[in-house]
Design a protein around this ligand. Structure first.
Ligand code: HEC
Length: 154
């Protein structure tokens, strides 16, 4: 190959190959990026924030989906649902996370003006535990469910 031809080949073919390679690389990069985003949506906890008026703290919420595997959920089930279940004989109305809005739950835990909070039925729980129950109920409160958001459909 003469030097002139070689230069021509590089300037034409060389750049063509370069462009193609760049394109393939770019496509692969975008695909890989999307895939890792999809994986992240499944494996990473969704993050939210809640201002807790009782403690004056901004709480970061890290829940997987509905957070049914969380301390807040367990505390709610073992300390509140013991009375607030269907057919209880404690005179407690059935409660679930959607019984109140996000603000509604915050109000319940801040004001503590419900019967059981005042008669000592919440007494076994520390402030941090109550805040965790509040976090969980807030996260799943009435109006928070969005069928279009995969992260919240579990
Ligand atoms: C020993 C039984 C008992 C336990 C435990 C209990 N509650 Fe209650 N709760 C009651 C009763 C009784 C009432 C008054 C009747 C009603 O409104 O359900 C009440 C009322 C409430 C109300 C007001 C309901 C309304 O519609 O206005 C809320 C909210 C509430 N409780 C939340 C909780 C939470 C949160 C917990 C756990 C931290 C809890 N309760 C634990 C018995 C209990």
């Amino acid at each position: 190959m003469s030097q002139a031809y070689r230069n021509l080949w590089i300037s034409k073919g060389g750049t063509e190959v370069g462009k193609k390679r760049y394109l393939i690389f770019a496509v692969a990069f975008v695909l890989a990026g999307n895939m890792s985003l999809a994986v992240a949506a499944v494996t990473r906890p969704a993050v939210g924030k809640r201002y807790d008026k009782t403690t004056g703290m901004c709480r970061e919420l890290h829940f997987y989906n509905s957070g049914w595997v969380s301390e807040g959920h367990d505390l709610f089930r073992n300390n509140c649902k013991t009375c607030h279940n269907h057919n209880n004989n404690k005179g407690a109305r059935f409660l679930y996370s959607e019984s109140f809005t996000m603000e509604g739950w915050n109000r319940v835990f801040y004001k503590k003006n419900v019967k059981c909070a005042q008669d000592g039925s919440w007494g076994k729980l520390s402030q941090e535990q109550l805040s965790r129950v509040n976090d969980y109920l807030y996260w799943n409160a009435f109006g928070t469910y969005d069928a279009n958001t995969a992260e919240r459909c579990g």
